[in-house]
Design a protein around this ligand. Structure first.
Ligand code: FMN
Length: 192
C-alpha cells in the first residue's frame, strides 16, 4: 500500500490548497494513503525547523512531494529551514530510493517558479531520490485548464494578488501529480 507524504509551507493558504489537491489525486489511486505535513513557523527555532513527528511521517513514506510558495524566485525561508534539517537524513541517505516530486505557487505568471522547482529537484537528488514529473500535457491557457503554465519539472500554480481560491486548472494539475506519484510508487514497490 503506497504511502505518499506531502510536506509544504503555505503563508496564505494557496500552496495548502495545492497540497490538498495532490493528496486527493494520490488517494484516488486504489490503496494509496496520503499524509499532509504542513511546515509552520512555530517549529523553527534559531532558524532551524524541528518536528520529530513530521519527520517520522516522511521517513515512513514511499514518496515525498515537496511544496513551497515562490518567494524572491526560490523557496520560502520556512521551507528552506526544513530542507536544512533534512541534512540529518541526508547524512544517512535515509530517503534514498524514495520517489519525489514538487509543486510551487506564486503571484505572478512566471514569478521565477522554475527556479524554485529546480531547487526542489536538486534537494531530491542530494537525497538520492527518484524524481517524478507531472507528465501533464498543456490542455490550454485558461484558468480551468490543466498545466496552463506549462510546468514539466513540477507543478506550477499562480493566483493573482487578492484572490483566495486557486484555479481549477492548477488544482487539477496538482491532483494529476498526486495520482502519478501514487501510481509510480505502486510500480516502484512491485519492481516492474
Ligand atoms: C517574501 C515574498 C516574496 C515573494 N516573491 C515572489 C516572487 O519572486 N515571484 C512571485 O511571483 N511571487 C512572489 N511572492 C508572492 C507569493 O509567491 C505568493 O504570495 C504565494 O505564492 C502565495 O502562496 P501561499 O498562499 O501558499 O503563501 C512573494 C511573496 C512574499 C511574501
Amino acid at each position: 500500500m503506497p504511502a505518499v507524504a506531502i510536506i509544504y509551507f503555505s503563508g496564505q493558504g494557496h500552496t495548502h490548497q495545492l497540497a490538498e489537491a495532490v493528496a486527493e489525486g494520490a488517494t484516488g489511486v486504489a490503496g494509496t494513503t496520503a499524509e499532509l505535513v504542513r511546515i509552520v513557523g512555530e517549529d523553527i527555532v534559531n532558524g532551524r525547523w524541528k518536528n520529530a513527528d513530521a519527520m517520522s511521517k516522511l521517513n515512513a513514506a514511499d514518496a515525498i512531494v515537496f511544496g513551497t510558495p515562490t518567494y524572491m524566485g526560490g523557496y520560502a525561508a520556512q521551507f528552506k529551514a526544513f530542507i536544512d534539517t533534512s541534512s540529518e537524513v541526508w547524512m544517512k541517505q535515509g530517503w534514498k530510493d524514495k520517489l519525489a516530486a514538487g509543486f510551487t505557487h506564486s503571484q505572478n505568471l512566471s514569478g521565477d517558479k522554475q527556479s524554485t522547482l529546480i531547487g526542489l529537484w536538486v534537494n531530491a537528488m542530494q537525497h538520492g531520490m527518484v524524481w517524478v514529473s507531472p507528465a501533464a500535457p498543456v490542455e490550454g491557457y485558461e484558468a480551468d485548464k490543466v498545466n496552463r503554465l506549462a510546468g514539466y519539472a513540477g507543478v506550477m500554480a499562480q493566483t493573482p494578488w487578492g484572490t483566495e481560491r486557486v484555479s481549477d486548472g492548477d488544482r487539477r494539475t496538482a491532483a494529476l501529480l498526486g495520482a502519478r506519484i501514487a501510481e509510480a510508487a505502486a510500480r516502484w514497490a512491485k519492481g516492474t
